[in-house]
Design a protein around this ligand. Structure first.
Ligand code: COA
Length: 336
């Protein structure tokens, strides 16, 4: 029998520093009205300078372990666009700080689709018998890669972390991930990019002046990204609904990547899911990239929206371009 990956714990963390739209309007040519009406975002959290992604990941990871009722896992996967260092991966340090000793640990880089990719990777490890319990963390400090002079990106992204524990179980159990749909289109890689800092354009090559080079900041072409996000999330969600045997109108909660409320509503409309069934927390946290889906799950659970037995569809889209979806029936869990 196939070993399914079953949701056994959930925990999140956001740094306490809140940046409102009005805060940004004081330093950028933007307004609360523009940001709210174009994105749905009212505020985001930015970590204080000196905070790294691993710091947020440890907080969320610890809460997810506690929520799962056991501190033991045999694999840690961290999805992030903003690793602590180019080398090594963030996950081994996080595992160490969580007291997980010699467990396997690696990072997944799939930008805003990272968490869905990481859950698929963890489910694969469980199905193959490589791991029995996996800690999957999505964590980001986008504040470290946002160009403070770029109003098209600075208003959108926030920092945060979310984590789940997946354990080996039966595909028919509540909480079992009911398949994974993943995809990418690298021909459009330049739509979402940090151009320098990797092997193609080492920082030294662009760092002639004393100021931080623009190429080391995150860049995004919002309009085409919006279009592709809707198309890909719809197709990927449909693939998962088909695999799960669920009609769109039977979905209790659509938990989409929190990029823009207009994207979430467009995807829900095209899928035939009522907009009221769309979980939205981006108004309070912005787009937290790889942390987005677990933060939205935790928000919905703590607001009492998600109840055991609910059918939950998750779908994400991000740089790469990448996209992915999965689904589960919400289990009895106490979130951390
Ligand atoms: N404040 C005020 N005006 C702004 C602004 C800001 N923060 N950012 C852009 N503008 C201006 C533009 O300069 C443009 O002005 P112009 O008409 O004079 O040229 C106008 O607002 C419209 O810009 P546009 O980029 O066409 O807006 P939009 O409706 O496409 O919204 C995004 C921009 C970024 C919010 C939207 O494209 C989006 O959400 N894209 C997807 C982002 C995403 O999902 N990213 C993550 C994927 S992982």
């Amino acid at each position: 029998m196939i070993r399914a990956a079953v949701l056994a714990g959930l925990g999140t963390y956001v740094p306490s520093r809140v940046i409102t739209n009005d805060d940004l309007s004081r330093i950028l040519d933007t307004s609360d009205e523009w940001i709210r009406s174009r994105t749905g975002i009212a505020q985001r959290h930015w970590a204080p300078p000196g905070t790294a992604t691993g710091d947020l990941a440890v907080e969320a990871g610890g809460r997810a372990l506690k929520s799962s009722g056991s501190g033991d896992v045999d694999l840690v996967v961290v999805a992030t666009t903003t690793p602590d260092h180019p080398c090594p991966a963030t996950a081994p340090g996080v595992a160490h700080r969580l007291g997980l000793n010699a467990v396997a640990a690696y990072d997944i880089a799939a930008v805003c689709s990272g968490f869905v990719y990481a859950m698929a990777s963890a489910a694969g490890a469980i199905a193959a018998g490589i791991a029995d319990r996996v800690l999957v963390i999505g964590a980001e400090t986008y504040s470290t890669i946002l160009n403070p002079e770029d109003r098209t990106t600075s208003v959108i992204f926030g920092d945060g972390a979310g984590a789940v524990v997946l354990r080996a179980g039966d595909p028919s159990e509540p909480g079992a991930l009911l398949g994974h749909d993943l995809g990418s289109d690298g021909s459009l890689k330049d739509l979402i990019i940090v151009p320098a800092g990797g092997s193609r354009q080492p920082v030294a090559a662009v760092a002639a002046s004393g100021d931080r080079p623009a190429e080391t900041y995150f860049q995004m072409e919002g309009k085409p990204v919006f279009r592709h996000a809707v198309t890909r999330m719809v197709a990927s969600s449909e693939a998962i609904l088909h695999r799960a045997g669920w009609a769109p109108e039977s979905v209790d909660w659509f938990v989409g990547h929190q990029a823009n409320v207009r994207i979430l509503h467009a995807v829900a409309d095209q899928l035939g899911i009522d907009r009221d069934r769309t979980v939205v927390n981006l108004d309070r946290v912005g787009n937290t990239s790889a942390a987005s889906i677990p933060l939205a799950l935790d928000d919905a659970a703590s607001r009492g929206l998600l109840t055991p037995g609910d059918r939950v569809l998750m779908s994400a889209f991000g740089g790469g371009l990448t996209w992915g979806s999965t689904a589960l029936v919400w289990p009895e869990i106490v979130t951390g």
